[in-house]
Design a protein around this ligand. Structure first.
Ligand SMILES: NC(=O)C1=CN([C@@H]2O[C@H](COP(=O)(O)OP(=O)(O)OC[C@H]3O[C@@H](n4cnc5c(N)ncnc54)[C@H](OP(=O)(O)O)[C@@H]3O)[C@@H](O)[C@H]2O)C=CC1
Ligand SMILES: O=C1CO[C@H](CO)[C@@H](O)[C@@H]1O
Length: 360
């Protein structure tokens, strides 16, 4: 077999000093763990509550804690702004960063904004400012997704026929989500829909169904979501976010998981995303040409959380260094946002929505 999997990207650039806004779960547990492991320089942090930023700074050895996010934005040391804040507050932070001459690039969190219109406006404003705006769609850097993409691009599996990502797991819904009118599609399905675009390009049809989740206590419309996509090639894909995934109580042995499967004309790949169980993701594949129909299982020890966050920051550092467009660029992310919007339209109107993402 000549295929050599590369689950983790090389770190080509680690030059630019990072300023972090937010000191919550994802910043403390994933962004900063990844940056420490990769050796990316973090110069400062700020959050809404200074004592929380101080705690996180102590844990990760960050030299400066600013009183407010605005003070951090004004710090001329900062070259990359890294945001992990509620999405309703993110556009204003991005706009403030675009106006700061010392900030060369911005890593925003998903979802980029609460509406497609706002996402489009941010894309256009970043372009006008001549700055790199990147979005943390880190499932693309999950190790199994990276290797799957290599198999597909290498023609080892042939033409894609059917694909699915099925999640039966409980996301931790942040408190601020209770104030928004959109839940699962905007905040969790966005990972899977973005990963499907990464693997297969832009779909031309989307159909979504939803029901409320019995566990989620605040008012919401999209709890459990099932989305089907059709691509111009004829490929059909399924994205399932079952955020209920069964009862939870003392002694109940839950089976939370995310699985995926891709069937092609010359082979099949299948695997898992090792979340929320804190394991490495997996991939197995069989190809009529490459493996004589036998299953192969390349392995690795890194995980989606936190290691995928290394690739995300690296691609932005590299883009700034080379003056190129980040792999996870805002223009591409607007297309993922447009797909999410079309899925909401499908639910609202009870029908399949045709879409042409090349308009964005
Ligand atoms: N790409 C990915 O895989 C993931 C992305 N995310 C995204 O990251 C962002 C942060 O998520 P997460 O860290 O899980 O959230 P947390 O609730 O753990 O942290 C929220 C952060 O935002 C700050 N904040 C400022 N204003 C508010 C407010 N009005 N209400 C609540 N918090 C506020 C908090 O400040 P303080 O505590 O200092 O008061 C805290 O630093 C979200 O956009 C989420 O979608 C989250 C998980 C995974
Ligand atoms: O993006 C996300 C992926 O995983 C998290 C689980 O802690 C989600 O809650 C989150 O918003």
């Amino acid at each position: 077999m000549s295929f050599t999997p590369k689950p983790n990207p090389d770190i080509r650039v680690r030059d630019y000093k990072i300023g972090c806004i937010g000191a919550g779960m994802i910043m403390a547990e994933c962004h900063l763990a990844a940056y420490a492991e990769a050796g990316f320089p973090v110069a400062a942090i700020a959050s809404r509550t200074k004592s929380k930023a101080e705690e996180v700074a102590k844990r990760w050895d960050i030299p400066t804690v600013h009183d407010t996010p605005e003070d951090l934005l004004a710090d001329s040391e900062i070259e990359i702004l890294d945001i992990a804040y509620p999405p309703s507050l993110q556009p204003a932070l991005i706009r403030a960063a675009l106006a700061q001459p010392h900030i060369k690039g911005i890593l925003a969190q998903k979802p980029l904004a609460l509406s497609l219109e706002e996402a489009r406006a941010l894309r256009d404003e970043a372009k006008a400012a001549g700055k790199s705006l990147s979005v943390n769609q880190n499932m693309r850097f999950d190790q199994s997704m990276q290797v799957l993409k290599q198999l597909l691009d290498g023609g080892i599996l042939g033409e894609p026929v059917f694909a699915q990502i099925d999640m039966h797991a409980i996301p931790h819904w942040q408190g601020f989500l209770a104030d928004y009118d959109r839940l699962t599609l905007s905040n969790m399905s966005v990972h899977h829909l973005d990963a499907l675009r990464f693997l297969f390009g832009d779909p031309s049809e989307v159909t979504s169904l939803t029901r409320t989740d019995p566990r989620t206590e605040f008012d919401h419309m999209d709890g459990i979501v099932v989305t089907t996509l059709r691509f111009p090639s004829g490929l059909m894909a399924l994205s399932l976010e079952d955020v209920w995934s069964g009862p939870r109580q003392e002694g109940y042995e839950d089976d939370q998981h995310i699985h995926w499967r891709v069937e092609c004309t010359k082979g099949v790949a299948r695997g898992t995303i090792g979340w929320p169980t804190g394991q490495a993701s997996t991939l197995e594949f069989a190809s009529t040409d490459e493996t004589g129909g036998k299953w192969q299982s390349p392995g690795w020890e890194t995980m989606w959380f936190p290691h995928a966050f290394i690739g995300v920051m690296e691609q932005l550092q590299y883009a700034i260094h080379t003056g190129s467009t980040p792999a996870l660029n805002v223009a591409d992310n607007v297309r993922t946002m447009a797909l999410v919007e079309a899925a909401y339209q499908s639910i609202e109107h009870g029908r399949t929505v045709r879409l042409d993402l090349s308009n964005d």
